[in-house]
Every structure is written in structure tokens, then in C-alpha cells.
Design a protein. Sequence first.
Length: 613
Amino acid sequence: MKTHITTLNNMAGTSALAHRRVLKVAQALGCHEMGTSYYHLQPDYAKEIHKRLDGIIAPLNYGDIVIFQYPSWIGVNYDESFVDKIKSYRDTKLIIFVQDIQKLMFDSEQMILDMEIRTLNKADLLILPSKKMHQYLMENGLKDKSVIYQTIWDMPSDICFEDHAIKRCFHFTGSFSRFPFLANYRGKTLIYQYDRNEPERKNDESFLWRGYYEQEKLMYELSKGGFGLVWSDDEYFKRYYSMNQPYKLGTNLAAGIPVIVRKGCVHEEFVIKNGVGFAVDTLEEADEIVQNISEDEYRQLYRNVKNIQKLILDGAYTRKTLQDAIITVLENSCSEVENKYDTKLNITVKNNADTLDIILKNKCSIARFGDGEFDIIAGNSIPYQEYNEKLASEMKAIISRQSDEKFMTCLPDVFENQDRYNEACRNFWKGHLQVYRQVYKVICTADWYGSTFVSRPYIDLADKSSVTGYFEKLKTLWDHKDVLIVEGLTTRSGVGNDLFDNAKSVIRIICPSRNSYASIDKIENKIMKYGRDKLILLMLGPTAKVIAYHLYSKGYWLIDIGHIDSEYEWYKRGALEKIKLPNKHTAEHNYDQDIVFEHDPLYESQIVATING
């Protein structure tokens, strides 16, 4: 298995230089060059393209990795044909290193972007300039796939400039006509502009054209001191600069000088975190900083830049990006081999009684996780909650934490002694664990868990003889307490029964029955408004878990007690199966069909807030 990387030949300019610098780092990692030569596509290119491509990819074998430095700058039609040719080889892994999007760079037609997206969707992994670029491409049709984000452009070189004076000036590399701010700037800090073409503006106290320098000579000039200016005007910034990797940032840092960047650019966090310059909103602000910075502050910037300079000259960021991409694309190609002989999950779950004792003794908040939550964690939607990546991530974090006397995470008590349950329950959990066994192994790493069934104590038990005593003890949880119920529109917990009759008072916040996570901020704000010094009972599916975790640390007592009403109704009716309740939501009848709400003045008087989806 070999790794190949494309590079652009017979073309001048920054784009070709970027290709060759990445190639230099890649070859040090053992990658093989797959060279392409720039040429103008002819109208009948389709007749000749495959002959050209056959020659370019001649070294390619089945199972190899290809890193395509995109775009080729030959044409979007060529790029798609090249990718199709690579993907025609069995088991070939394609990494596309996106260095520019032509729609953004040239503000070209939407049709061009559509073609680019179609090409990118064929990659096994993308290297993208930024998360903002990723979001933009996703909004325009990019499919969900593995992504590595580029940190910065390296400038691999054996030459390191280390002597820098304290100079109060800006260095800017770029075309005068392309960056209109150069014509309007009138600050005290002189801008040195480097470009081949003489600008329309004459040299003055704020602006000085220096002409064109080859790369190493340019870096030498920059290294004499001053601030590298990485800037653009509003329209170009919004369309391009805020998403893409500017080559000039790496050039300035490789020369050993600090930088000024515009707030909102790709590198704002990098510059601030590493202390290699400043992020500002305006050139006036930049001018003021450079004019007033002390010499000691200036020297500290140089010391910080020196550390980053070494990494850039060594090609370290590009090397890491390529290595991470290769590792990820190969690991993604592996498939899990289940150990069918390892049937036991080493997960400890306390029984219902012990779980309830912990809650009562410590006023402990809880979050209960069941099959629906694990469906979402695994990337699936459920009837009342669409998959949401952030929701899944938050729930995984909660499950992985250690429980304590203030917050307890609960799991289904099904990892041993399943004879306690009826046949339907046993069969369900057997199938569930076969599907999600590996998910449980990976994220259920705490020493112990409470029981999710603390609020599901009736219908699934084979022996229901002790349930009456359990419900009596459970109801002491809210005995003579002020209770806030947070539930879905169709839940109506306690309506039509005596479940909460022993509470001192009951008020309710009514939330969306479906996709309530989208309203989590509104829900939490209402809970904080009405829930102080109350027992808060949450009946809101996966969203309840996150709310309980968010708010317990703020001093609220929250019990995720979903489906308690259905269990209590079945218990009161002596049901032996999960019969549907006619007047409200029923557990496991998740689509809420044919519900007929009965007028209940008490219930309606308890509602203090309603949150619409």
C-alpha cells in the first residue's frame, strides 16, 4: 500500500507554490508524487482526458491512498474526472486537501460550486481550511464525512531569520487593486506593500510600495521587523477570507515577525492563543496598537513567534495534518469484529430500591437513560426526538461521568438477573444489547449507575407483588412538597389519577412533545424562573437528561421521572400489557395518535408557562 500526493507543475503563483510546499512535507513522510501539468482544457477535453489521466495515475495500485491537492487549477471538469478515475480503483482511499473553493475566490456561478461539491462528496476524507468553510459546504450540499482541519500554511525551509528590530510598521503582501483598503488607509503606522505591479497610489507617510521579491528574499525583508498585516475589506472578508487559509500568515510567522489579523478570520484563535499578534476589528485599532505597544511587549511577541516559526519552517503543522488524515482514513476503513464469546458487560447498576434510597437520602438529582437515548447516541432519530449531534455528545458525557450524592446517572438494570422481567421485556433488551453492546462498552465507564427503572417499576416485572409498597415509598418523594412538573404537551402526568395528590402544590411548564431539545434554552430559563426551592419532575425524553445535568449544579433538585404516569395508570388498572391510555401520552405508544384531551380545570390552572416548538 502506497500513499500518493498530487502536485501542480508548469504554473507560477501562490497556488502552485502551496502545492509544492505540501509535496515537500509529504515526501518526507514517504508519499509519492503524482504530478499534473497545467494546461488549458479544450472543448473536446472528454475525448483526451482519460489518456492523460492514465499516464498520471500509472503508479496507482488497488488499495493505495491518494491525497488530491484541490483544486488542480486545470478546471472543475478535470478535477471531477480525476477523482472518478481514482475511485474506479478498488479499495482506493481518497483524501482531498481543499486549498481553495473557486466559487468563493472568484464569486463564480452557483453551477461551479455544485460541481465542486459533487467532486468533494466522492472523497473518503476532506482536509478543510476551517470549520466555517465546512459549514458553508454543508449548507450547499456537502455530505457528512470525516474532516481534518488545516491549522496554518507551513513554509518548509532550512533558512531561519532570527534578527528582528522593533519597528512600528505593517508589511502587506498582495495586489493593490484586489485590496481596496490600501488606497484608503491614512494611519500613522506605515504600510509596506509588496507586489509586482506598481499601485495607483503614490508613496506617502502611510504607504510605501516595495515592489516584488522572491519568497526567501521577501521573508528576509519581513524579518527586519514590524507586523505582518493579514487583512481584507468587508465584502471579500465575508465571502472568502473568513473561511480560507491566507498564505501570507504563514509567510509572516516564518519570517519571525508578529501579525495583525482581522477579528472573525480563520486564525483569530490561533494568533491569540499563541500570543503571536493581535486580532482587531479595524485598521485604526491596529494602528493604535502598533504605535503604543511597549518594547517589552514587542520582545515578548518575538519570543512567542520564534516558537511557532520553528514549527512552520519544519513543516510540522502540514506533517501533522497529513498524518492525521492518513491515520483517520485507514482507521475508518477498518470494520469491527465482534467478539461473540464475550457476552457479559461489566456494568454495575443498583436496583430500584437502592436507587430510590439514594435520591431520598441526599436529595439527589438524576438522569435516566434508556433504549431511546442510546438510539440517539448511536446516530439515529427516535419518534419524538430527531438525531442531534450536540444532544448525543452531551448525553455521552453524562453517561461517562461518575455518579455522586448530588447527581446520579441511571441505566437500565438489565445486565444481570433478567429473570426478574417478563418474556417480552427480556426479549427486547436481549435484542437491544446485541445491537448496542459496543456502544455500552465504550461509554458506560463509571463505577456504578442508578436504575433507569426507578420510575418504571411495574409493567415489565414478572412478579408484581411488591409494587404497591414501592409506589407508596416513591410518592414520599413529593409528599408535602412544592412540585414543578416539566412535561410535553401530551404528557398530562397525574391527570385523572391520584399520583401527585399528596404534593403540597403542583405547577407545570408545558413543552413541545417532539424535538424539545431545540427549545432547551427556553425551557431551562423557565425552570430557573419557577423552580427555585421546588422539586422539579422532568418528563421530557432525552432533553430531560441534559436539563437535569445543566441545572443540578445551580442548586436545583431535578428528577428525570419520565413515563411514571403510564406505569402508575397500568398499576392502578391491573394491566398485564402496555395498554394505550385514551386521554394522554402512553409509554411506548410514541406517536400520540387518537388522543382525546379531557377538559380538566385543575390541570389547566397548574400551567404557569407554555413553550412552543
